[in-house]
Design a protein around this ligand. Sequence first.
Ligand code: NDP
Length: 400
Amino acid sequence: MAKALIIGCGAVASVAIHKCVENYKVFDEICIASRTKAKCDALKAKLDGKTSTKISTAQIDAKNVEALVNLINDVKPDVVMHLALPYQNLAIMEACLRTKVNYLDTANYESEDIPQFSYKEQWALNDRFKEAGITALLGSGFDPGVTGVFTAYAMKHHFDNIETIDILDCNAGDHGYPFATNFNPEINIREVTDKGCYYENGKIIETESMEIKRVYNFPEIGNKDMYLIHHEEMESLIKNVPNLKRFRFFMTFGESYIRHLRCLENVGMTSIEPIDFHGQKIIPLQFLQAVLPDPASLGARTKGKTNIGCIFHGTKDGKPKDYYVYNVCDHEECYKEVGSQAVAYTTGVPAMIGAMMLVTNQWNLKGVRNIEEFDPDPFMEALNKFGLPWKESFNPDIVE
Ligand code: NDP
């Protein structure tokens, strides 16, 4: 029996909260704390009476370390699940260090002023987490998250040596809007307007944003355009997979999304440089976020499926081998189950499972850890149980 403090009450947190209360035998108490307490109270009201998990709520500014320490001391959780935004990772980790409580997130740290995400600042806290005898589990969403678990699983069960990894993230969902993002618009647009990059033979090779395009025939979906982008897993997997020769990450984008994104970029709406507007400083990207649909509202209108997985190439017993492991998730099924679309679902479920691994002590390595450092087997089993079953192919189409 454990208590989780969940920070954030947006699209991803809402799914993780539904899944914690479904898993009431592990999470008998949760506290939902976010910037806007009314959202936490509304979710509590929806769930109370349907679960034996005791739910409390709180208001928190997750950038304020002192306030976080007070909240953690009040709630006394076994784990802090940080499901707000990547800007707050370091403040929440600092509060966990001061209170000696396990930490988990789904996205690596990014400063609000510089659109560059990296694990470096979080990894720098490794010795302090070890000394405190606690764990920081980094990246327990789908990608990063399940993709790291898939990699650990492939290393443990299918390969002596992995040479290449291609992560393929396909969202074939249609929400009917000409342009909307599937998770927090500000974070999403910062990610996809960044330059692309991949890893090959010991070097990181930079590309222009969406310069490299491939078409892939996704199982249960069909042919989709996908683009090579810079994604968080690269930084940890090139460190944690010995002898890796190449790592690439591809994400699908529809024509309408790309056309709108290019236009918004060209007119300066994706910029994070503050501008003067009628005597007030505003950040164009934050203004854009305010006029775009809230990702949490897309669930009711989104139809279609996601397919996210990893294609590995390497050797086993001296012979070359390919292995593709992936999950297919249906937007409408997710909405029926928890009132959210599949992008939030595929992130919120692994967040709950990661927290479960920590509080049940199935994962007990101390320090600041990426998800591929842990035993993948209990996590893979939990994916099947909690709504993200995975499939395998030993003869997949290969990305050129
Ligand atoms: P949302 O914008 O829907 O939710 C963010 C939540 O954080 C909101 O409840 C917001 O509060 C709260 N929040 C923001 N700032 C603060 C603050 N200073 N203090 C307290 N609460 C705050 O985002 P998503 O749910 O779409 O995304 C959540 C996280 O998941 C992001 O970090 C994103 O990068 C990550 N993610 C990871 C994926 C993966 O596969 N690994 C995939 C998709 C997302 P308010 O309600 O007041 O706005």
